[in-house]
Design a protein around this ligand. Sequence first.
Ligand SMILES: *[C@@H]1O[C@H](CO)[C@@H](O)[C@H](O)[C@H]1NC(C)=O
Length: 213
Amino acid sequence: MWCCSKSAQLLFDTVLGFGGTETVSVNSGDNNPGTSSSDSSKRRPDIIIDSGYVGSEVVIIKNGLRLCGTGGALGSAPLIQTKSYFEVKIQQEGKWAVGVGTRNSPLDVGPVGSDQHSWMLRHTGELYFNALSIGKLDPIPEEGDVIGVSYDHIELNFFINGKKGNISFTNVRGTVFPAVYVDEGAVLDVIFDSFLHPPPNGFDKIMKEKSIL
Ligand SMILES: *[C@@H]1O[C@H](CO)[C@@H](O)[C@H](O)[C@H]1NC(C)=O
């Protein structure tokens, strides 16, 4: 992935400036680079990575849906409906974490999952909360795999390519958002719509509740 190699990162930082090209968008709320605004089939999705909740060393591209660099980021809508689901595809290996977190999650001191504000599956397969592993998931996700995350306010479950993992969090509290973390070359794509695997029965994509925004 050219987008997050160390040299490309340096280039963004020192020469072009963040968001300085047509095809790259970083922390820029409303713009929609590289696509025609009249092309409704390619319109920006409702839910993306929230540019207000991204670690300072994280690079966000692909209209707010691909993440690389170093640090954490939150999705732009909370998981408040009864049963919600989203996916993350591991485009490139590295250190990463996927799960949910509150807006109190520190995003610059990774990995997310090291405090009481986030509940995360790490690249090692372990489920982390408050810097403690509650166990190792089976199956362990690898590069190219799709991680499904389901939350019903009782259990937070992880699915690897549609197969439910054998452990889950049952202690999630507060208003939580989709949370991701990348480091050491990891590239993640967040998927909030048009899933690659069917959500579990009764679960649906995160609905944007206009009333709370
Ligand atoms: C889940 O599977 C892993 C790998 O097989 C195993 O080490 C772990 O004990 C299992 N955990 C539970 C709670 O079944």
